[in-house]
Design a protein around this ligand. Structure first.
Ligand code: GDP
Ligand code: IMO
Ligand code: MG
Length: 429
């Protein structure tokens, strides 16, 4: 039996949380390997709705959750998320949540820098979640991050904060923003230490043991391939690698531990924040998709931009992400639309292309080439078998499968956990 890695194949919010929760019943461990509390994963189980940002979605099933070293961890955000889900009846303790001792921390200065930079960019802003994700990753790569393990060594922590503030306060002065005082940061971190350290461990060791004993691991991606710092619509991306290859580096498991790569895509497309979106709709249909799909950001509440399914882009995500099987979600949102469009390529400066180029101006100039398909009159909402789907819906799914060059292995037909159709078990490899 293979492990499975779940990644977003568009611009995020494809329904990764729902899929991971559904698959978690077949897994022993769920691992987050990148991103931070910029992620917002909504799980609907009966009458209860869980909104998770940092906690691996497996916690709702009572599975062991691991936060890998590839994540950037905001301690306050984690503790308040634990408090929130505890109030909803879940149990999150060091028994069922382990955090990589080498995970870099998000400190209060990171969101401050994120927001100050966005304000300075004005019209050109990335549209970040303002959670300090980018600045925290910069510090990690810049070798000045405070890591979870540093909380156990107050002297190391104190020296590292000196170095960190030398860098950051120079930036804040340049941006005309208030500087940070060391003592306040140090006191804050030392107060958090006893709450966080019980979760800390070398998670690579646990993952190696899981492997030796044949346990099944589910790697839960956040964001998506088109927000990947290398492969996405740079610079309108997040600051981590969102592709499944990062599941290994971001958790300390070897590359052959990743297993089957499952890409998640909505039956249409959405994007939060700025950046190219060739198949975006600015008309009544776009508004309708947003309304029916309840397309508002889980983290920031911003309305998501909506458009037609971009098969050209998802095909690219399939290739760069090594996606072996695709999950199509939110098919029900298209119920009743008279006709549907699928983007199959772009016109860029008079030329037809089959991929989104990397250059900024070329990306911005990409005009979609659409193929039109008939919609369906019946309902797909809540369908749990292929036989329940209207014939046109089946045709639409099949056409997408053909265009993106990956088999569709699961279909999701409502936010509810069990409204899922399985064509092939991803854990079967
Ligand atoms: P994630 O970030 O990829 O986990 O996705 P989000 O949770 O941010 O956004 C997906 C939204 O769509 C959530 O509100 C889900 O409850 C909802 N959702 C997931 N699958 C389906 C589906 O098949 N149909 C409908 N209508 N909603 C869905
Ligand atoms: P999930 O896991 C959708 C977007 C932000 C912004 C860009 C950079 O729920 O799919 P950042 O704060 O990461 O520096 O912002 O990335 N973004 C997301 N969009 N879903 C997400 O996560 C996102 N996480 C970041 O809107 O455009
Ligand atoms: Mg989301």
């Amino acid at each position: 039996m293979a492990n499975v890695a779940v990644i977003g194949a568009q611009w995020g919010d494809e329904g990764k949380g729902k899929v991971v929760d559904w698959l978690a019943s077949r897994a022993d461990i769920v691992v987050r390997f990148q991103g931070g509390h910029n992620a917002g994963h909504t799980l609907v189980v009966g009458n209860e709705t869980y909104k998770l940002s940092l906690l691996p979605s497996g916690v709702v099933r009572g599975k062991l959750g691991i936060i890998g070293n590839g994540v950037v961890l905001d301690p306050e955000a984690l503790l308040s998320e634990i408090a929130r889900v505890t109030a909803q009846g879940l149990k999150v303790t060091p028994e069922n949540l382990r955090i990589a001792e080498n995970v870099p921390l998000i400190l209060p200065l990171h969101p401050a820098l994120d927001k100050a930079r966005e304000a300075a960019r004005g019209e050109d802003k990335i549209g970040t979640t303002g959670r300090g994700i980018g600045p925290a990753y910069e510090d990690k790569v810049g070798r000045r991050a405070i890591r979870l393990c540093d909380l156990a060594e107050p002297e190391t922590l104190s020296a590292k904060l000196d170095e960190l503030l030398l860098h950051h306060n120079a930036l804040f002065r340049g941006l005309g923003a208030p500087e940070f005082a060391k003592q306040e940061l140090l006191d804050g971190l030392l107060a958090l230490a006893p709450k966080l350290l019980p979760f800390s461990e070398p998670v690579w060791e646990r993952l190696a043991e899981a492997r030796a004993t044949g346990k099944r691991v589910l790697f839960e991606g956040a964001q998506a391939v088109m927000l990947d710092v290398d492969h996405g619509t740079y610079p309108y991306v997040t600051s981590s690698n969102t592709v499944a290859g990062n599941a290994a580096a971001g958790s300390g498991a070897g590359p052959d531990a990743i297993g089957f790569v499952l890409g998640i895509a909505k039956a249409y497309a959405t994007r939060v924040g700025s950046g190219p979106f060739p198949s975006e709709l600015f008309d009544e249909t776009g508004r309708l998709l947003g309304e029916r799909g309840r397309e508002f950001g889980t983290v920031t509440g911003r309305p998501r931009r909506c458009g037609w399914f971009d098969a050209c882009m998802v095909r690219q995500a399939v290739k760069v992400g090594g996606v072996q099987g695709l999950v199509l979600t939110k098919l029900d949102v298209l119920d009743g639309l008279p006709e549907l469009k699928i983007c199959t390529g772009y016109r860029i400066h008079g030329e037809t292309v089959k991929y989104l180029p990397a250059a900024f101006r070329a990306q911005a100039a990409a005009e979609p080439i659409f193929e039109t398909m008939p919609g369906w009159a019946g309902s797909t909402r809540g369908a749990r078998s292929y036989a329940e789907l209207p014939a046109e819906a089946v045709k639409y799914v099949r056409r997408i499968e053909e265009l993106v060059e990956a088999p569709i292995v699961l279909l999701s037909t409502s936010p509810e956990r069990d409204d899922t159709i399985m064509m092939r078990d991803p854990f079967a490899g």
